[in-house]
Structure formats: C-alpha cells, structure tokens
Design a protein around this ligand. Structure first.
Ligand code: NAG
Ligand code: NAG
Ligand code: NAG
Ligand code: NAG
Ligand code: NAG
Ligand code: NAG
Length: 154
C-alpha cells in the first residue's frame, strides 16, 4: 500500500513535469502609439498638444470627414485606446470586411465647447477573436461627431 502510493505520486510528478514542457502560446498585447510609422494616415490629421491623459503624451486628430487611418497587423485581436472629451468626439472603426461601427469618445458627465480631453486613455473598443493572420483596422470619420482622434492601438 505505501509503495503504490509512492508510485502514483511519482507518476503525478512526471505528468506535472510534462505539462510544464508544453509550448506556451500565450497572447501578448503590445501597444502602438499614434505616431508609429506602421499607421497610415490620410490628409487632414494634426498632432495634439501634450497631455498626460494621452497614451505616450499625444494623439492625432482631425475635423475633416474625409480623413482616414489604416493599420495592418498580424495577430488574434486588436483594441483601440483613447481618452474621452467633454464634447462631440468619436470615430468609426472596423477590421477587414466588417462594417465599421461608431465609437463615441465623449465624457457625458459634463460638457464644454472644446479644449482638452478630461478622462485618461483606456481601451474603448476591440475585436478579440481574429484568426492569427494579417488584418487591417480601418478608422474613419463618424458623421455624428465633430472630431475624430487616434491615440493608440493595442
Ligand atoms: C501567431 O502566428 C505567429 C507566427 O505567424 C506566431 O509567432 C504566434 O505565436 C501566433 N500566435 C498565436 C496566439 O497563436
Ligand atoms: C489584452 O488587452 C485586452 C483589452 O484590455 C484584454 O482584454 C486582454 O485580456 C489582454 N490580453 C493579455 C494577454 O494581456
Ligand atoms: C484606408 O483604406 C481604405 C480602404 O481601402 C482607403 O479608402 C483609404 O484611402 C485608406 N486610407 C489610408 C490613409 O491609407
Ligand atoms: C512617439 O512619441 C513618443 C512619446 O512622445 C516617443 O517616445 C516616441 O519615440 C515616438 N515614436 C516615434 C516613432 O516617433
Ligand atoms: C463631408 O461633409 C460635407 C459637408 O457637410 C458633405 O457634403 C460630404 O458628403 C461629407 N463627406 C463624407 C465622406 O461624409
Ligand atoms: C467574433 O465575435 C463577434 C461577436 O461575438 C462575432 O460577430 C464574429 O463573427 C466573431 N468572429 C470570428 C472570426 O469568430
């Protein structure tokens, strides 16, 4: 009886060792700041003044409804990070052939006529279930908003 017990615990130990040798295919998030050369911007975008509420201290913005930005990447998920503003800011975004969706970036707790963001950059939208292949994130103007922005992609 004691012998059996010791055999089975040895087996468990071996199984545990095997398990730790399985290749680890964990996903890793990495953040691409708005100034990264891998993001393609159309005309109409400008770079913000410094704000500690932006990822990396700055964001791109445009008030032109023809401005777009595209980001091609290989991976299983993509997320957009942005601060929030107390007025009409937002974007449309979509991945590959999916219809773009509107992403409001407005802090609805108060309203000003303009000025800086007032809530720090965080993930506001994402597509978590992509195949591990090449994809393109398309960002465009959302006609119900006055401004579009891009702060970071993760
Ligand atoms: C995705 O594919 C790349 C190689 O193309 C590989 O390095 C990476 O581990 C894969 N990621 C996942 C989560 O399978
Ligand atoms: C990557 O970021 C997303 C959005 O914040 C989060 O849901 C996810 O758990 C993160 N994945 C990893 C591996 O950290
Ligand atoms: C982004 O891709 C769309 C669709 O292909 C295209 O119409 C647009 O001009 C592209 N924008 C940039 C900045 O490359
Ligand atoms: C983007 O901006 C950050 C913060 O200002 C800076 O550290 C980084 O070097 C810039 N990256 C590029 C590609 O210019
Ligand atoms: C942009 O706005 C102008 C003026 O309101 C309008 O005529 C035009 O159709 C809009 N373009 C797009 C791409 O929405
Ligand atoms: C990802 O999830 C969304 C929402 O749950 C779904 O509409 C879409 O078909 C899924 N895409 C893939 C590639 O599984």
């Amino acid at each position: 009886m004691p012998r059996l017990y010791s055999l089975s615990s040895r087996l468990l130990l071996i199984l545990a060792l095997f398990k730790s040798f399985e290749p680890i295919l964990a996903d890793t998030n990495f953040t691409v700041d708005d100034n990264d050369s891998s993001i393609q911007y159309s005309d109409g975008w400008i770079i913000s003044t410094f704000s500690s509420l932006d990822y990396g201290g700055y964001h791109h913005l445009s008030g032109s409804n023809t401005s777009t930005a595209n980001f091609t990447f290989t991976g299983t998920a993509v997320y957009i990070m942005a601060p929030l503003w107390p007025y009409a800011v937002g974007i449309q975004a979509g991945v590959d052939s999916a219809s773009p969706v509107g992403i409001p970036l407005q802090d609805l707790t108060h309203t000003t006529a303009g000025g800086s963001e007032d809530i720090a950059s965080a993930v506001v939208w994402g597509v978590p279930n992509l195949s591990n292949t090449s994809h393109t994130l398309y960002i465009s103007f959302w006609n119900i908003e006055e401004w579009m922005v891009l702060d970071a992609i993760m």
